[in-house]
Ligand binder design. Structure first.
Ligand SMILES: *Cc1c(COP(=O)(O)O)cnc(C)c1O
Length: 392
């Protein structure tokens, strides 16, 4: 194990000795076909990848860096963050099995479980988003093969005691998969807490510049890794060398961007919490917020993605808030350099146990802009929200 911190290791892996004279960054090798010098070498695995599907230098370096970040024996790449969730679920379940998860799981993951997995004969039970570890463990059934965790949860940001769930699952022979996108592999290390497979959307903080879509799957257990690898091979997934190169470039500065955005996120969250238009800020790093105790116990950093529950309002008021902003882009995804905002109230209707919120639900991603400017922008948004409320 490397003695360095993540911040040093992600950079030092580019400058380490022993590779001859070379550019700092790997070349982008666009290749479907790899050539060998001798017939015998065509079958020699030590000679490097034999076919473009196996990935080139950038993909190899990215996999190694991701494995280091997640404390994994290996990490594999898939074409999107969603594929990073679906691949291990396909790998670890068979018809007749059940997946147990919580209502706060990422929306497209829910769709995959409810549609594709259901058509394969794999059932899913969605427990309420606020379910704690003890109740989740009590819900594990005869047919439960995989427990899928996401902590904090999407949109409502509940936290769960991951280590407690992982230990109970391991004792029962149930596999655990965690979507670790919020922690970016930095602020929380699921594999060190007993989780079998840690996945993340590299699209978010690792890419960091809103210019690439990719997913990473990391694990230690050889059987898990084998099963994940087989699904990727069987389905023919591939990540382009240009995309691998972009994700690797993003990874070098991940710790700095993540820390800075986390600081700004907390500042914005504290300001919002003090506003009369806001009922609650859903952001575990915020003292007093739901999930704060578990976040403080388990995490050593914070993403800058949060939910904001307004005091009342309706669709028109929510839209007036967004329309009044000039610095927050209206767009999905997050983890890039830029601030983004989405209006999410309607998403609660898709949940198996829809929560009753005091008002409109807004999701904010705080970027690398000056937080004082972002707060001034939000102040204009809140004024527009209030004006829309008081209209006759
Ligand atoms: C965005 C996201 C994904 C999916 O990533 P894509 O690259 O957009 O497919 C998965 N999980 C979480 C928690 C996400 O926010």
């Amino acid at each position: 194990m490397s003695p360095y911190s993540d911040r040093t290791r992600l950079i030092a892996s580019a400058t380490r000795r022993g590779h001859g004279r070379r550019p700092v960054n790997p070349p982008v090798e666009r290749a479907s076909t790899m050539l060998s010098d001798r017939a015998e070498a065509m079958h020699d695995d030590a000679d490097g990848p034999a076919y473009g599907l196996e990935g080139g230098s950038a993909a190899r370096q990215l996999r190694a860096a991701l494995a280091g970040l997640e404390k994994a024996a290996d990490a594999v790449l898939v074409p999107s963050g969603l594929a990073a969730v679906t691949v291990p679920l396909l790998a670890l379940t068979r018809p007749g099995d059940e997946v147990l998860t919580l209502d706060g799981v990422y929306g497209p993951t829910r769709r995959f479980l409810s549609r594709y997995q259901a058509s394969r004969g794999v059932a899913t039970r969605f427990l309420p988003a606020e379910t704690d570890a003890e109740s989740l463990i009590a819900a594990i059934g005869e047919r439960t093969r995989v427990v899928l965790l996401e902590s904090p949860a999407s949109l409502t940001f509940q936290m769960i005691d991951v280590a407690a769930v992982a230990a109970a699952c391991r004792a029962r022979g149930v596999r655990t998969v965690m979507d670790n996108t919020w922690a970016a592999g930095l602020a929380f290390k699921p594999l060190t807490q007993g989780v079998d497979v840690s996945v993340q959307a590299l699209t978010k903080y690792v890419g960091g510049h809103s210019d690439v879509l990719m997913g990473g799957v990391a694990a230690n257990d050889p059987a898990c890794l084998r099963a994940v690898h087989d699904v990727i091979e069987d389905l023919g997934w591939h990540v382009s060398p240009d995309d691998a190169w972009l994700a690797l470039r993003g990874l070098r500065t991940l710790p700095l961007r993540y820390a800075e955005q986390g600081r700004s996120g907390l500042r914005v969250a504290e300001w919002l919490q003090g506003r009369p238009e806001v009922s609650r800020v859903l952001y575990p790093p915020l003292p007093g917020a739901v999930g704060h105790d578990l976040w403080a116990r388990d995490f050593n950093g914070a993403a800058s993605l949060m939910g904001v529950v307004m005091k009342g309002g309706d669709t028109a008021a929510g839209r007036a808030f967004l329309d009044a902003l000039s610095l927050f882009g209206m767009g999905y995804s997050w983890g890039g350099f830029e601030s983004l905002i989405t209006h999410e109230t309607h998403q609660m209707a898709y949940r198996s146990h829809p929560p009753s919120l005091e008002g409109e639900l807004i999701r904010l991603h705080v970027g690398l802009e000056d937080p004082a400017d972002l707060i001034a922008d939000l102040e204009r948004g809140l004024a527009a929200f209030s004006a829309a409320l008081t209209l006759p």
